[in-house]
Design a protein around this ligand. Structure first.
Ligand SMILES: Nc1ncnc2c1ncn2[C@@H]1O[C@H](COP(=O)(O)OP(=O)(O)OP(=O)(O)O)[C@@H](O)[C@H]1O
Ligand SMILES: [Mg+2]
Length: 326
């Protein structure tokens, strides 16, 4: 499979009154063409900020990408000007993002027709009439009934689920190579969320689009993704195929996530203890205070980069690096 996006050593910070928040600490991962990968972890662990960093969408200041590369089709997206035409062209056309809250992404003062058409007019130079036709067709594909009329609605005239469908349709309009979907965990009820995931899955399969599925829910990724990256306190602590993560779980945090999963498709119950503060430098394993498998070396050695365990599997755990406990 051809590689589509390779992120290397991405590190993003926020300067705050309380100190420097290291939201994303030196993460690396890749996604291949038409592959679906999951990005999983508790609230605040850096999932959204890592994805927004790739497209330079974090507010700067207070945010700053201090290091890293994001190679997409051979171009380092982090080297492009934040407001450059080249990056604006890639955002929305080659890489689309679907955000957690559709009401903040859709403009309440513009009809669906206007905002959807604009995507095609701006990115692909499509004529107005043709743009409208393609948008109606896309709304039909994402399951909006009576799309020829509903397209003239304003966002508030649609239900939450419908707005999400519009977001998916809008993200697909230019036939992007990659969609980053930052899951709506609170905005929608479980049934609508399940339908939406099913819809996104169908759409990316149909158009052979790669998908990064950002979620708290390990059950969701197991169902849709081929590979999973587990994030904790700004780092990727384990990655692998769904089978590797399930059957050969290496990191105690992932074990915790799996253990506290009541059943597939429901939300995670947090592991005892709280995630650490992300303020300041930290070289020791951030999961140490909550870890049931902690050894003396965990308090001495820097956790370092993930160790390759074979296949697609890797983990950043001292026990593993030191050859203990596996
Ligand atoms: N503007 C900001 N200023 C300071 N810190 C920020 C800012 N934006 C995000 N952060 C911090 O960055 C960290 C990562 O946030 P992020 O939004 O990526 O978490 P997340 O994993 O997406 O969480 P959730 O699952 O709740 O969406 C958090 O600790 C957050 O407090
Ligand atoms: Mg988030």
């Amino acid at each position: 499979m051809d590689e589509l996006l390779r992120v290397e050593n991405l590190h993003t910070v926020f300067r705050t009154d309380r100190g420097v928040v290291h939201a994303v600490r030196d993460i690396s991962y890749e996604i291949n063409e038409s592959e679906i990968i999951g990005l999983v972890g508790e609230s605040g662990c850096g999932k959204s900020i890592s994805q927004m960093s790739v497209l330079q969408l974090i507010p700067t200041p207070p945010g700053k990408i201090v290091s890293g590369k994001a190679l997409f089709d051979g171009v380092d997206l982090l080297k492009l000007g934040k407001h450059s035409d080249e990056l604006s062209g890639i955002r929305g056309e080659k890489i689309s993002m679907i955000f957690q809250e559709p009401m903040t992404s859709l403009n309440p003062a513009m009809t669906i027709a206007k905002q959807m058409s604009e995507v095609l007019i701006v990115h692909l130079n499509t004529q107005k009439r043709e743009a409208r036709e393609r948008c109606v067709d896309m709304l039909a594909q994402v399951g909006i009934p009576d799309p020829g009329n509903r397209i003239d609605d304003y966002p508030h005239q649609l239900s939450g689920g419908m707005r999400q469908r519009v977001m998916v349709g809008m993200a697909m309009l230019c036939n992007p190579k990659l969609i980053i979907a930052d899951e709506a965990t609170t905005a929608l009820d479980a049934t609508i969320q399940a339908q939406l995931l099913e819809l996104m899955y169908e759409m990316v399969r149909r158009y052979k689009t790669a998908l990064v599925l950002v979620t708290h829910n390990l059950g969701v990724v197991a169902r849709y993704a081929q590979r999973i990256n587990v994030m904790y306190a700004g780092r990727i602590v384990e990655s692998g195929t769904v089978r590797e993560i399930w059957n050969e779980t290496a990191h105690p945090y992932t074990k915790g996530l799996l253990k506290c999963m009541p059943k597939l498709g429901t939300a995670l119950t947090p592991i005892h203890g709280k995630p650490p503060s992300l303020i300041g430098e930290s070289v020791l394993c951030p999961f140490r205070p909550r870890c049931e498998e902690r050894i003396a070396l965990c308090d001495e050695l820097p956790v370092g980069a993930p160790t390759h365990l074979g296949g697609s599997h890797s983990t950043a755990c001292i026990r593993v690096t030191e050859g203990k406990g596996l």
